[in-house]
Design a binder for this molecule. Structure first.
Ligand code: NOJ
Length: 538
C-alpha cells in the first residue's frame, strides 16, 4: 500500500499568527484547534505546526528551552495532545517541527555547558579553542547561516568558542556526543508516543559538522537568493548527516504505521536525494526553488522537468511557494491574483507533495512594516543597520515579520485573529477587509474557492495522486502543459491569448478559459485541468 506521505498535501500553521483564543494577541494551540475545520474544508491532508515548545521566543520558537513542554502562551501539553487528536478525528495527519540542530542559549543544558569546561554537560554543545595567542580569534572560518558573521561565539567563562550556525543565541548541539543523541531521540519518541505522524526537521542538513573543524573553501556566489562566501562542505550535508537521517528514521520505524520525516535541507538535487531512501533516511525533503520562481512557462517547464528527472517515483518532489521565512508569492507577481491562481493550479497538480503556508490560500501579501521596529531577530540584529529605502527595494524580505502577520479570517477588528481592543503581536495587514476567509468563502471565483476545488480534485483523482507526469511539447510560447495520466494541465503564463487543440472535459479552471469543439482557449494568466476524452471503440 502507498504510504500516506507519498500522496499527501501539507498546510503550514505558524501558531503565533494563526488564531488567538485567550485574547493576549498571540496565537495558540486551542486557537488552532478552533480553526481546524477551515483546514478540513480547504481539503489539505496534513497539518504541519511550526514550533510551540518552551522557548524565550527570541526566534519565535526556533530557540527551544524544553522540547517536551509547551510554551505557556501557546497552551499546555494537554492542548498539544488535543490538537493531535482533533486533527486525527478529522481524518488528517499532523507533523510537528523539530529543531534538532540547536537549542536556545537559555536551555538548562547550555546554561550548564557554558559554566565550565568540566561540568556534566560540558560536551553537549560544540566547543573549540580559539586561534591566535590568547585564543581570541574564532577556531576556523565557518560562517553563520547569515554568511557574513562567524559561526563561533566567544564565552569568557570557558575561554572557548561555541558554535551557533544560526544566531548567537542558538548554540549548536554536539550530536557526536552519544548522550545528546539519546536525549534528542527520546524527545522524538515522546511526541511519537503522543501520536504525531511525523516531523518537519529544521535546518537538518547542518547538524553534523566536520569533527576536525577543517576550514570551508572560500567561493563567493549567490545561492538561493542570498550571497554566500564559502562552500559549506564541512558544515552542511556531510556524509555523517545522511547517516543521522537513517538513525532518525530507525527511531520512527520503532512505531506502528508510517511516520514521515520532512527535511529542511539545502543543496543540489544529487545531494538532496542522498537523504531519501525507500526504507531508510528521510521520507521527503523540501525543494525550495519555487520560492524564487520566475513567472514564465519556460522557467517552470525546466524546473519541473529537472525535479522529475532527479526525483522519480517513489521519490516525491516537495514543492514550496511560500513559508514563514520568505516573501509571499503574491508580492513576487506584483499583487496579481490571477497569477496566484495559475500558480495554485500548478502547485496542486504536479506529481509530489505540495505545501501551502497559512494565508496563501486567500492570497495574503507581505505586510510592509517599518524595518526599525522589526521583531524578527535576523532583521533586528544582523541587518539592523540597513536603511529603510534599501530594504524596500530588495525582492527578498529581510524582515520576516512581514510574512508572519496574523491570519485574516474575516472583516471584523483584527481580522478575527484576536478580539477587538487586543493588540495582536504583529499588526494585521491593512488589506484584511478585502482579503479574508469569510469574504472569499462567499465568492465562487475567489482564490480560496479555487484552492478548495483543486484540493478536492487532488484528493479524489488517482491520476493526480500517483500518475506519472509528462511534459507536453510543441505548445505555443508562454504555455506550460503537462499530462498526468488521463488529465492534462494547461497554464497560459504569457501575455497573449492562445488556443490549443485538446478535447476533454474541464475539471477546474482559473481565469478565463473556454473548452469545447476539440479546442482549449486560454486568456493570459489562466489555467485548466482537463479530463481527456478516451475515444470509444466502435
Ligand atoms: C529555519 C526556520 O525556518 C527559521 O524560521 C528559523 O529561524 C531557523 N531555521 C533557525 O531555527
Amino acid at each position: 500500500m502507498t504510504p500516506w506521505w507519498q500522496t499527501t498535501s501539507i498546510y503550514q500553521v505558524y501558531p503565533r499568527s494563526f488564531q488567538d483564543s485567550n485574547a493576549d494577541g498571540v496565537g495558540d494551540l486551542p486557537g488552532i484547534i478552533n480553526r481546524l475545520d477551515h483546514l478540513k474544508e480547504l481539503g489539505v491532508e496534513t497539518v504541519w505546526v511550526s514550533p510551540f515548545f518552551a522557548s524565550p521566543q527570541q526566534d519565535f520558537g526556533y530557540d527551544v528551552t524544553d522540547y517536551e513542554a509547551v510554551a505557556p502562551e501557546y497552551g499546555t501539553l494537554e492542548d498539544a495532545q488535543r490538537l493531535i487528536d482533533e486533527v486525527h478525528s478529522r481524518g488528517m495527519k499532523v507533523m510537528f517541527d523539530l529543531v534538532l540542530n540547536h537549542t536556545s542559549d537559555q536551555h538548562p543544558w547550555f546554561l550548564r555547558s557554558r559554566s565550565s569546561r568540566s561540568n556534566p554537560k560540558a560536551d553537549w554543545y560544540i566547543w573549540a579553542d580559539g586561534r591566535g595567542k590568547h585564543g581570541k580569534r574564532p577556531p576556523n572560518n565557518w560562517k553563520s547561516a547569515m554568511e557574513f558573521t562567524s559561526a563561533w561565539q566567544y564565552c569568557p567563562t570557558r575561554r572557548q568558542w561555541y558554535m551557533a550556525t544560526f544566531l548567537p543565541f542558538q548554540p549548536d548541539l554536539n550530536w557526536r556526543n552519544p548522550e545528546v543523541k539519546r536525549a534528542m531521540f527520546d524527545t522524538v519518541r515522546f511526541w511519537l508516543d503522543k501520536g504525531v505522524d511525523g516531523f518537519r526537521l529544521d535546518i537538518f542538513g547542518q547538524i553534523m559538522k566536520d569533527p576536525d573543524f577543517a576550514n570551508n573553501p572560500v567561493r563567493p556566489r549567490v545561492y538561493n537568493g542570498f550571497p554566500r562566501l564559502t562552500e559549506r562542505i564541512h558544515t552542511e550535508n556531510t556524509a555523517d548527516n545522511v547517516t543521522l537521517a537513517k538513525e532518525l528514521r530507525a527511531v520512527c520505524e520503532e512505531y506502528p504505521g508510517d511516520r514521515a520525516l520532512l527535511g529542511e535541507v539545502f543543496g543540489p538535487p544529487e545531494v538532496l536525494k542522498s537523504y531519501l531512501g525507500e526504507d531508510d533516511g528521510l521520507n521527503l525533503v523540501f525543494l525550495f526553488e519555487f520560492l524564487t520562481f520566475h513567472y514564465n512557462a519556460e522557467w517552470f517547464r525546466t524546473t519541473i522537468q529537472g525535479f522529475e528527472d532527479n526525483f522519480p517515483a517513489p521519490m516525491q518532489p516537495t514543492y514550496v511557494l511560500e513559508n514563514h521565512d520568505r516573501s509571499r508569492l503574491l508580492d513576487r507577481v506584483h499583487g496579481d491574483v490571477a497569477k496566484a491562481g495559475v500558480l495554485a493550479v500548478i502547485l496542486l497538480t504536479l506529481r509530489g507533495v505540495p505545501t501551502v503556508y497559512q494565508g496563501q490560500e486567500i492570497g495574503m501579501s507581505n505586510t510592509r512594516l517599518p524595518f526599525k521596529d522589526a521583531l524578527d531577530p535576523i532583521a533586528a540584529s544582523v541587518y539592523k543597520h540597513l536603511p529603510q529605502f534599501f530594504v524596500d527595494r530588495m525582492s527578498e524580505r529581510l524582515n520576516r515579520d512581514e510574512v508572519r502577520t496574523p491570519m485574516q479570517w474575516d472583516a471584523s477588528a483584527n481580522a478575527g485573529f484576536c478580539p477587538d481592543g487586543v493588540q495582536p503581536w504583529l499588526p494585521v495587514n491593512p488589506d484584511y477587509e478585502r482579503v479574508n476567509v469569510a469574504h472569499q468563502e462567499s465568492d465562487n471565483d475567489s482564490l480560496l474557492n479555487l484552492y478548495r476545488r483543486l484540493f478536492a480534485l487532488r484528493r479524489d483523482s488517482e491520476s493526480l495522486r500517483s500518475g506519472p507526469l509528462a511534459m507536453l511539447e510543441a505548445l505555443p510560447d508562454g504555455v506550460l502543459g503537462y499530462r498526468r495520466a488521463d488529465l492534462i494541465v494547461l497554464a497560459n503564463m504569457g501575455i497573449e491569448p492562445v488556443t490549443v487543440k485538446y478535447s476533454g472535459r474541464s475539471l477546474v479552471e482559473a481565469g478565463e478559459v473556454a473548452v469545447g469543439m476539440g479546442r482549449v482557449s486560454l486568456f493570459p494568466d489562466s489555467a485548466v485541468v482537463l479530463q481527456t476524452v478516451v475515444p470509444k471503440l466502435a
